[in-house]
Design a protein around this ligand. Structure first.
Ligand code: GDP
Ligand code: MG
Length: 725
């Protein structure tokens, strides 16, 4: 490229539309969601503009330059980096005053800022308009009102940004409130330290007033300096009040009624706003919220797997069989092709890969509904409602987001946990997310449930999703109560409830396409290769080559038979089931294609308790390691030790739950009363054990032998356990 290269960063509060603008401008498909903390990493892409190159970066949301979470610090570091030519500070017009709090901090450090005021379409619906000129005159930086919904607006934003950078003008906002703060005094006290730490003087001074832990650490102040600064008292509330007062002045008469928009406002006011309140009354009701959520999800599953998805998938499967499998196998037979080649091609590739591809319609439908629920703002409300409960078990509404992402792909979901502010909570979320049923497990449930449970199939599948979530919650309780290393305790947590928004077709398509793309790439690469490998290993032996139709055992048969006794207590101790599970370690979809290529479900689950064995197998599939990619993601986020812990945890939980399911099931089938009684007794026993363990722990917390010692006794003597007088 002959022109120059500019670096532009999109920065702003969470949920203001930064990623939407980024996607519009770069043609990317980064995750957009009506939710806080969706973007957890800095992403950048180069675009060509007017003969120049622009490297545009999308940053995670942040409220202030004083940060509280790892993803906010990514943004802060990017902003403080002097290489940036322009920061497009994206604000949301509905919350402009609050958003300007960050803007002021950007201006305080002298960053080159352009203000993009987004969601103008929503303001119009309220019958109001933004007086951009007035705001520009007061703030003295370029203001560009936009709506990320429209391509033309995004284009205008780049044009204005490029023009501003090229003009070389450095506009200077008069931040009059700074004159009332002891900035100069602080600079004279800490100037040298700021220089040594590579910080701008004014930035360091203001952050020190705000008790910013990061800057305070970097400055390495001497005791004398600390004492000197201490004389000014706590300036944090003073700084905040000064900024907000300044914002109030700037915002006076900036958003005004527009009579020409009155009609639009009346129309949308009736349909949208009041409707939203009515929905919130039910959805945010203390008692109704969870039952409503479960009903909504049950309906989604009934449509996805029962009413519509099942027939679409069957149709797709039929198409593959009639249009690919039959003609190709017939033509290969007509030219007397060797059986093993026909086997690999038709059974291994077409049936194996095609069988998984047939689940595409169900995956599209599931993500269509999840996208609808997420982008409308409903899922955030569920997270908001359940936040109190989740905090009690050491998680938060934002952990819920990561865990819900786990319904898509466990490996990518684990990476979104990076946005969680508390380290222990982050680790816990990373450990629990693999228990959420990812879409790769869907084909397994779908095939097995339709073979053994016919019309009950959608409910069995829904049950699997619920079971995964329930196991995750129970483990969260266990971690919080019994594992000191994972106990996050009470956390302060900011979460806002976003407004209801009508999801656009484009955004829904984006979410569907992102997931479909992951699925198709997996089918075309890993799953394709694995199917061939599984076919070869289960139909060939080292000594005798192709063993189909002979009495010799295949390689997999040997391996499977070796491990089979371990799984016998779970009801599926045969080599076919075991090798299917083994191949599923790389990609879960392969479990079902292995089953198909090893003779189908009817060959694997046999005997009087066939359906029960199949159910136990589904439970095991749900709970054991999703895939090696997830383990790699866990390692990346939490380290090798936790990855190994997670592996052992998943395998043991899967084994235990599967065992309990199988034997309780058998008891119910042979003695209904006893079986149900025992099934009810187990949770009661678990509850009692938890209560007793918690009580015992409280007693032993101090470790002192002395009578009357209270918990957490500060005078504990490590050696004798006696009170110091
Ligand atoms: P980010 O957190 O700042 O990256 O925000 P996102 O790009 O993820 O968007 C947050 C939510 O706002 C999503 O539901 C978007 O669909 C929605 N959104 C973004 N820009 C606009 C806009 O201009 N108008 C409207 N009505 N909604 C928008
Ligand atoms: Mg974002």
């Amino acid at each position: 490229m002959s022109g120059r290269e500019y670096r532009i960063e999109l920065a702003g509060n969470p949920n203001v539309g930064k990623t939407s603008l980024y996607n519009r401008l770069t043609g990317s498909f980064e995750h957009v969601g009506n939710w806080h903390g969706v973007t957890v990493e800095r992403v950048e892409k180069k675009i060509a503009f007017d003969g120049d190159g622009i490297v545009l970066a999308d940053l995670p949301g942040l409220y202030s330059l004083t940060v509280y979470s790892p993803e906010e610090s990514i943004s802060r570091d990017s902003i403080l980096n002097d290489k940036t030519d322009l920061i497009i500070n994206v604000c949301e017009v509905n919350n402009l005053s609050r958003n300007l709090y960050l803007t002021l901090q950007l201006l305080e450090i002298g960053a080159p800022v352009l203000l993009a005021v987004n969601m103008i379409d929503e303001l119009k619906k309220r019958g109001k308009k933004l007086d951009a000129e007035k705001l520009e005159n007061r703030l003295r930086i370029p203001i560009v009102p936009v709506s990320a919904k429209y391509k033309a607006d995004a284009k205008r934003l780049v044009e204005e940004s490029a023009r501003y950078i090229k003009s070389g003008k450095k506009r200077k906002t008069e931040l009059t409130y700074l004159n009332k703060l002891p900035v100069k005094e602080f600079v004279s006290i800490i100037g040298r330290n700021a220089e040594a730490a590579g910080l701008k003087h004014e930035y360091a001074a203001i952050k020190l007033m705000e008790n910013d832990a990061y800057v305070t650490d970097l400055l390495k102040l001497s005791d004398a300096q600390v004492k000197e600064i201490g004389k000014y008292g706590d300036l944090q509330p003073v700084v905040a009040a000064a900024r907000f007062k300044f914002i109030d002045e700037i915002m006076r008469d900036v958003i005004v009624a527009d009579n020409s928009l009155k009609r639009i406002a009346e129309k949308s006011g009736k349909a949208g706003f009041r409707g939203g309140i009515a929905i919130d009354k039910a959805v945010l009701n203390k008692y109704a919220a969870i039952p409503i959520f479960l009903l909504v999800m049950a309906a989604v599953f009934a449509i996805t797997f029962g009413l519509v998805g099942k027939y679409l998938s069957e149709l797709f499967g039929l198409f593959i069989e009639k249009c690919l499998y039959d003609p190709i196998s017939n033509s290969l037979a007509s030219v007397s092709c060797p059986a093993w080649i026909t086997g690999i091609l038709c059974d291994g590739v077409i049936l194996g890969v095609g069988g998984i591809l047939a689940f595409l319609p169900q995956i599209v439908l599931l993500f269509f509904f999840l996208a609808l629920l997420e982008d409308s703002g409903y899922i955030s409300r569920v997270a908001f409602m359940t936040d109190g409960f989740f905090r009690k078990i050491g998680l938060s509404g934002r952990s819920v987001f990561t865990m819900l992402m786990g319904f898509g792909c466990s490996a990518t979901a684990v990476l979104t946990a990076r946005g969680l502010e508390d380290e222990k909570m982050r680790k816990k979320t990373v450990l629990l997310t693999p228990f959420m049923s990812c879409s790769a497990r869907l084909p397994v449930y779908s095939v097995i449930a339709s073979a053994f449970f016919a019309k009950g199939q959608p409910f069995i599948i829904f049950g699997m999703y619920i079971l995964g979530a329930a196991v995750a919650i129970m483990l969260a309780v266990l971690f919080e109560k019994c594992f000191k290393k994972l106990k996050s305790g009470k956390l302060s947590f900011i979460m806002e409830m976003p407004p209801y928004r009508f999801p656009t077709f484009e955004r829904i398509w984006q979410i569907i396409w992102n997931n479909v793309k992951i699925f198709l790439v997996r089918v075309g690469t890993v799953i394709f290769a694995l199917n061939v490998i599984v076919y070869v290993l289960s139909n060939f032996s080292f000594a005798h080559g192709y063993v189909v139709g002979t009495d010799y055992k295949s390689i997999f048969e040997y391996v499977g038979e070796f491990f089979a006794p371990v799984f016998a207590p779970l009801g599926f101790g045969n080599w076919r089931a075991v090798t299917s599970l083994l191949s599923g370690l790389v990609a879960k979809e392969v479990v079902i294609s292995s089953i198909e290529s090893l003779g189908g479900v009817s060959a694997i689950f046999t005997g009087d308790y066939a359906a029960l064995s199949a159910l136990a197998f589904m439970v095991f599939t749900l709970l054991y390691v999703p895939c090696v990619a997830t383990l790699a993601a866990i390692r990346k986020e939490a380290g090798r030790k936790w990855m190994l812990f997670s592996l052992c945890l998943q395998l043991s939980v899967a084994y235990l739950c599967s065992l309990v399911f199988y034997w309780i099931g058998r008891l119910i089938l042979s003695n209904m009363g006893l079986g149900i009684g025992l099934a009810l007794l187990i949770p009661v026993i678990v509850f009692c054990v938890c209560v007793l363990a918690s009580a015992a722990k409280k007693k032993s917390l101090c470790g002192c032998k002395c009578a009357g010692c209270t918990r957490g006794c500060p005078n504990k003597n490590k050696n004798g356990g006696e009170l110091r007088k």
